[in-house]
Design a protein around this ligand. Structure first.
Ligand code: ATP
Ligand code: MG
Length: 359
């Protein structure tokens, strides 16, 4: 059996240069301890690639990625790119080319970090390739239009196939967790679009009789998430609702540094991508919380372990999880945004030490 993984390393921009190496180091140590062989492949992307390769997303990077099991993608600060040829946003191309339609965004509360509620352990599954996509004219028919100077039309794309496949990914996840799925929508207003999404979720539900399904309107969800987040297990929703609610969920447990993400889909490739942006305001100061990036990498390794049936990968992910919990419990090995006194490096070293001493 081939139990070795080929993983790409894409630093991204700004704090990406701090948190991606942190995620790689933690994963490297856990993999070595669990007996998992990983072939790491650093690839150019972002501002540094614009200088060295004349493009923020060189053709060679895309080609190399297509041969990998997974990759760690640091945050991309594309809004700040200079307006020159070659300065492109790689996200939509990656999501579309690799069919990464499901964005899995977990939220967990850990004691002592300033979470607003204890006992939070939920996962938002956000549809990743449809919906409102003004900045990604990749899906046919999406985008924004200005028929006259004073009128703008924003188009939202929902398809049956797109809704069913993300619903299935969410049900599969719920099946392995507490077996509860909440479908979030606004079919009272978007009767056709959200209506179709909800219909497809219920259709897929028949394949998962053990999972209890309920529905919540998105505005009610925003309120309930704030008041009683511990009551949710897996949440599935359309692209923009998922984006907004997952930031809200991150806020409940300590902020953007606590918001990991994994993108999966049609192919066998997994992309570890934290929910937060490149945070230029704190870059280079050792202030970036590496949790989201490290957890994203952990989720990728765990997913690949199940997907490829590599027990060493599942073991490595478990080692990482336990070590993260341990480091988070000590203020010296967590960053300031989560009531710590440590730097990015202190937290990374804390997690690595916890892996090294694990039995
Ligand atoms: P995007 O458009 O990519 O979503 P954004 O402008 O919404 O990016 P966020 O990533 O949501 O930016 O981050 C907002 C702020 O949160 C950052 O400027 C930074 O101060 C803080 N932040 C984000 N990520 C982290 C992190 N890993 N550690 C600490 N603080 C962070
Ligand atoms: Mg944001």
């Amino acid at each position: 059996m081939n139990n070795h993984l080929v993983i790409g390393i894409l630093n991204g921009d700004d704090i990406g240069h701090e948190i991606v190496p942190a995620a790689v180091e933690v994963t490297r140590v856990a993999a070595a301890k669990a007996g998992l062989a990983i072939d790491w492949r650093p690839l150019p992307i972002g501002r540094t690639a614009l200088d060295t390769h004349g493009s923020t997303f060189p053709a060679g990077t895309m080609e190399a990625l297509s041969k990998m099991d997974g990759f760690i993608l640091g945050p991309i600060g594309h809004q700040a790119y200079p307006k020159v040829a070659g300065a492109i946003n790689p996200h939509p191309i990656m999501r579309k080319s690799f069919g990464l339609f499901a964005n899995i965004r977990p939220t967990r509360s850990y004691p002592g970090l300033g979470a607003i509620h204890d006992g939070v352990d939920l996962v938002i599954v956000r549809e990743n390739n449809e919906g409102f996509q003004p900045d990604r004219n990749v899906v046919v028919g999406s985008g924004e239009f200005r028929p006259t100077e004073d009128v703008t039309i924003s188009v939202r794309v929902i398809t049956r196939a797109g809704s069913a496949r993300v619903a299935r990914a969410a049900f599969e996840l719920a099946q392995h967790r507490r077996k509860r799925l909440t479908v979030v929508h606004k079919n009272t207003v978007f009767k056709l679009g959200c209506g179709m999404f909800v219909e497809e979720c219920h259709r897929v539900a028949s394949e998962f009789p053990e999972v209890t399904v309920d529905e919540v309107i998105v505005d009610t969800m925003a309120m309930r998430l704030l008041r009683d987040p511990a009551s949710f297990d897996v949440v599935v929703t359309t692209n923009m609702f998922g984006d907004i609610l997952s930031d809200e969920a991150a806020g409940l447990v300590g902020g953007m540094g606590m918001a990991p993400g994994l993108c999966i889909g049609e192919g066998n490739i997994a992309m570890a991508q934290a929910t937060h942006g490149s945070a230029p305001d704190i870059a280079g100061k050792g202030l970036a919380n590496p949790f989201a990036m490290i957890q994203s990498a952990r989720m990728m390794i765990e997913w690949l372990g199940h997907n490829r049936k590599i027990t060493e990968a599942v073991d490595a992910a478990a080692l990482m999880d336990a070590a993260i919990v341990k480091a988070l419990a000590n203020p010296a090995t967590r960053t300031k945004d989560i009531r710590g006194t440590g730097t990015t490096t202190d937290m990374t070293r804390g997690i690595i030490s916890a892996i090294e001493v694990a039995g």
